[in-house]
Design a protein around this ligand. Structure first.
Ligand code: PMP
Length: 286
């Protein structure tokens, strides 16, 4: 089946979809994105992703071209047209096509480009990796200083992912001034006793939608949450570690730079939080 994608209001076979070579997203990574997971045909945490999309756009002074209802309708239409039960919907909004290349932003009436596509991932919630956990390695965080804006400039996280693979790991934890910021495409956590530690929100990290939900569920389950930065050494000495993202949900981390975390196997807190997150977010899925 040929995938149908969304480009500026049209639903088009992927091999016929077109975006200008002058699009600012292509030339300057001048665009933002969101990824929403789909479980059993339902969009998970959709509203949170829309709130963050609008914030990212407003921080970059890109006009928001669609209403939340329009975005929701387009998500649903793509799921139906591509027969998606489990998977992801990727949404990207760029500053559009000014017709030429220039560092200055184009006039405010330049129409943003909106692209959306689906990725089918049957059994997404039952990823085998959740049973064995991820190995991570540390790398320097060499990204720009506004990581709270979800821009499409993903080259450094992509390089870090390749370094992790080259070192036999599943992902990298990025470190700045001696402390972990986040994973290449996820937020990072450690567990010590009944306490979950994760870096506080700032311009240094993406404000994960899954992070917000998981911390809420953890507090409701009487766990203690400390929002502060931690070092790789502290993480290696923790009882457990895990990451969260819209596509990995809650994913246990079993080793960091070759050192086992806790028992070196998937820990009970990560398993429990994964169960709670999947159960609760399915209830509120749209
Ligand atoms: N940090 C980074 C750098 C990310 O790319 C992502 C995933 N988009 C996250 C954290 C997790 O965010 P979310 O839970 O909203 O997917």
């Amino acid at each position: 089946m040929t995938r149908t994608v969304y480009v500026n209001g049209d639903y088009t076979p992927e091999d016929q979809a077109m975006v200008s070579v002058f699009d600012r997203g292509f030339l300057m990574a001048d665009g933002v994105y969101e990824v929403v997971s789909v479980l059993g045909g339902k969009l998970i945490d959709f509203e949170g992703h829309m709130v963050r999309l609008k914030r990212s756009l407003s921080e970059l002074a890109i006009a928001n071209p669609l209403s939340d209802d329009d975005y929701l309708a387009a998500h649903r239409e793509l799921l139906a047209r591509n027969d998606i039960t489990d998977g992801l919907v990727y949404l990207q909004v760029t500053r559009g096509n000014p017709g030429d290349r220039d560092f200055a932003y184009p006039p405010a009436d330049t129409v943003p480009t909106v692209v959306m596509f689906t990725q089918s991932k049957p059994g997404l919630a039952d990823a085998p990796a959740a049973k064995t956990g991820w190995k991570v390695v540390s790398v320097d965080d060499l990204r720009w200083g506004r990581r709270d804006i979800k821009t499409v400039q993903l080259l450094y996280p992509s390089m870090a992912k390749m370094e992790a693979k080259a070192r036999g790991a599943d992902d990298a934890w990025m470190v700045e001034d001696g402390r972990v910021t986040e994973g290449t495409s996820n937020n990072a956590y450690i567990v010590k006793g009944n306490t979950i530690v994760t870096r506080e929100l700032s311009h240094d990290i993406l404000h994960g939608i899954t992070r917000a939900a998981v911390l809420r569920f953890a507090r409701e389950a009487q766990m203690k949450v400390e929002e502060r930065a931690f070092t790789i050494e502290e993480a290696q000495g923790a009882d457990e570690a895990f990451v969260t993202s819209a596509s990995a949900f809650v994913m246990p981390v079993v080793s960091i730079d070759g050192a086992a975390v806790g028992s070196g196997t998937v820990g009970p807190v990560a398993v429990r939080l994964r169960e709670i997150y999947l159960e609760e977010s399915l209830k509120t899925g749209v």
